[in-house]
Design a protein around this ligand. Sequence first.
Ligand SMILES: [Zn+2]
Length: 197
Amino acid sequence: MAFFNRQENPPQYSDAKVYKSFLRQDFRRQCAYCERTEAFLGGEEAFEVDHFKPRQRFPELATVYRNLYYSCRKCNLYKSSTWPSDERAKAGFVFADPCIEDPYLAHLREHLDGALDELTACGEFTNGHIRLDRPDICAWRQKRRGARADLGTFRSLEQNLLRFLDFAGIHERDQIEEQLGLVRRLIGELQDRFLIS
Ligand SMILES: [Zn+2]
């Protein structure tokens, strides 16, 4: 579950794509919308610079950093140049802004199978247009749920091994430290792949 608080302060560029390296940092290498990570989607190449307020409608924001979001290719494609009419926006049908609040807490609710409930008009508009309920993203949410459980298991294992280490004899230490290294590597892989802690 993500909320993005920008820290980067890049200079003004005339090409939005140049901001990508800054966006990678501010969005922690994950999609602003579906939250899938670079590690999961195969790297930076799977990501693009999205204009939260589309260029066609808001040309003055085309290269304004705060209007640029880090998005996977699919979410950017589905979101495209969609923007609500003033009338729809007044009724709450707007895109959830992950730089203001966590959409998955405020507007959407995740089920055990990874599907989403739309809690608000904003959730309905966001899910309807970006299609955050598509099967590959539901599968990702299920995997992330499983990864959180695995992470808890590995952390308990790590604590147990550390306790064993306190009482281990000289011959057992090497073996325990080897196991500790393995467990910590698995913890690191899960954290990297799913950005969980
Ligand atoms: Zn995405």
